[in-house]
Design a protein around this ligand. Structure first.
Ligand code: ZN
Length: 172
């Protein structure tokens, strides 16, 4: 049984690394997925990517809630095979950037191919909150954070909060 996972904060170099594909589908991977799910629920999040807990591997969990119920989606090695040209804006937050919210523009609809925890190929389509979460979490696998998508002006307004978070991350 893994200890409770700590979530890296903005400013931690681990959030800027590009994650490696998962090639072994074993018990440690399943335990990591379980621990990530527990951490996401504990922090009242709706998504979490492995690099946010210091593991540079291409895996994410998502829990859109609402009409999707409490189903947790676990996507290993996700690849987008379709992203709609139609985009919309949505207020995003991130467990690695607590207390920061910003409108982010992203494609509305997507198809994503991924592997489940047994290594089986899967595919899902969505045009709602799940699609939004998956795009946000897949960015983490590239070392991209949602604040990278917002305007310079908006980021300047957030600069003070971001600096305070970086200080916290370094203090850990
Ligand atoms: Zn995030």
């Amino acid at each position: 049984m893994r200890d409770e996972l700590e979530i890296l904060l903005y400013g931690d170099a681990g959030l800027r690394r590009k994650s490696e594909p998962v090639d072994t589908f074993d018990d440690p991977l399943r335990e990591l997925a379980d621990a990530m799910t527990r951490a996401m629920i504990r922090e009242n999040g709706i998504g979490l990517a492995a690099p946010q807990v210091g593991v540079a591997r291409r895996m994410l969990v998502a829990q859109p809630g609402g009409s999707h119920g409490i189903k947790v989606y676990t996507l290993v090695n996700p690849e987008f095979t379709f992203l709609s040209r139609e985009r919309d804006s949505f207020h995003e937050g991130c467990l690695s950037l607590p207390d920061i919210l910003a409108d982010v523009d992203r494609p509305v609809r997507l198809t994503v191919r991924y592997q489940d925890l047994d290594g089986n190929e899967q595919e899902l389509e969505d045009d709602g909150l799940l699609a939004r979460i998956i795009q946000h979490e897949a960015d983490h696998l590239e070392g991209i954070l949602f604040v990278d998508h917002i305007s310079m002006l908006r980021r300047k307004l957030l600069a003070k909060k971001l600096r305070a978070l970086s200080k916290l991350a370094r203090g850990n």
